[in-house]
Design a protein around this ligand. Structure first.
Ligand SMILES: Nc1ncnc2c1ncn2[C@@H]1O[C@H](COP(=O)(O)OP(=O)(O)O)[C@@H](O)[C@H]1O
Ligand SMILES: [Mg+2]
Length: 293
């Protein structure tokens, strides 16, 4: 295989155990996944199926127990500047302004390694470009506490992009946002992906989000965490919100939802309701009275 077609990220037979010896529980079982350069891949599945664990091992934040994780053919042995992570909670520094938050890590690197005026100038230009790209220019001097959740997450994304990472690892980054803000963020992150040509691995438990954003949807299943199915998304590369009503979108959504239900052992809403109402009626039934003689 030549270098141009080797994947950006390669996961080969990866296992992850939490705990030791007899109490060790596999959180990931024999994961195999190749992610091409500039791909947008979404990981979806029920809670506890190992999505965050897989993402954290790719970030180098979590050691794996067996197998191989490679970025550009090199083993991932810890965090690296070529892989940036964005979490659900924005983790911004509340005492720094938006602009300072975005520049902070880059300035730290400049101060410790490469303090040249060209370096500082390039960082400053990059920060301004990101402020514009993320629609943050007018709030550059505001503090995170003065911004909405959506705005704060834009700052977190801009900060992650500041060092020009080749890979962006996102763990339910829009999970805390309302539905309308999420839609705006979806189109924004797709725009960022086209413009920056970053490889994106995006974790979500929202099937609509997984299909709308992903070129491929990787469905994971729990106990132990494993890859169940990889779906190619049959939608044009340039997404528009009305595609969420397209027959291909809805058919894939139905298929993925059914698979999540059957692999996670979660019943359909209807079965669950029946079970709940049975439990409730048993609990509410009058207890048989003790007879008094
Ligand atoms: N630090 C940890 N220590 C022990 N078990 C963990 C730890 N982190 C995750 N797990 C377990 O690993 C499994 C996968 O968790 P996680 O990757 O967070 O799932 P997801 O992100 O899909 O909800 C779960 O059973 C979870 O309880
Ligand atoms: Mg998670």
């Amino acid at each position: 295989m030549n270098a141009s077609c080797s994947p950006k990220l390669r996961v080969r037979g990866v296992w992850k155990f939490f705990g030791r010896d007899t109490s060790a529980v596999p959180a990931l079982r024999d994961i195999h996944l190749d992610i091409a350069d500039n791909a947008f891949v979404t990981l979806v599945g029920a809670s506890g199926c190992g999505k965050s664990t897989l993402l954290r091992t790719l970030a180098g934040l979590e050691p794996h127990s067996a197998g191989e994780l490679l970025c550009d053919g090199r083993p991932i042995g810890g965090p690296g500047p070529e892989r940036a992570m964005v979490f659900q909670h924005y983790s911004l520094y509340p005492w720094l302004t938006v602009s300072q938050n975005i520049r902070f890590c880059r300035e730290l690197a400049i101060n410790t390694r490469e303090r040249t005026s060209a370096g500082v100038e390039a960082a400053s230009g990059r920060a301004d470009a990101l402020l514009r790209l993320m629609g943050l220019f007018h709030v550059a001097d505001a503090y995170p506490g003065q911004l909405s959740g959506g705005m704060q997450q834009r700052v977190a994304i801009a900060r992650a992009l500041m060092g020009r990472p080749q890979v962006l690892l996102m763990d339910e980054p829009f999970g805390a946002l309302d539905a309308q803000t999420r839609e705006v963020m979806h189109d924004l992150i797709l725009h960022v992906h086209r413009l920056e040509r970053t490889t994106i691995v995006f974790v979500t438990h929202d099937v609509d989000e997984a299909i709308y954003l992903g070129q491929r949807v990787v469905l994971m299943a729990p106990r132990p965490g494993r890859i169940d199915t990889v779906y190619e998304v049959p939608l044009p590369a340039l997404r528009t919100q009305d595609m969420k009503l397209a027959p291909e979108f809805l058919a894939l959504k139905r298929e993925v939802l059914a698979r999540i239900r059957s692999t996670s052992g979660v019943q359909t809403d209807f079965e669950l309701l029946e079970q709940l109402s049975h439990t409730a009626s048993t609990a509410l039934a009058p207890e048989p009275r003790a007879s008094h003689r």
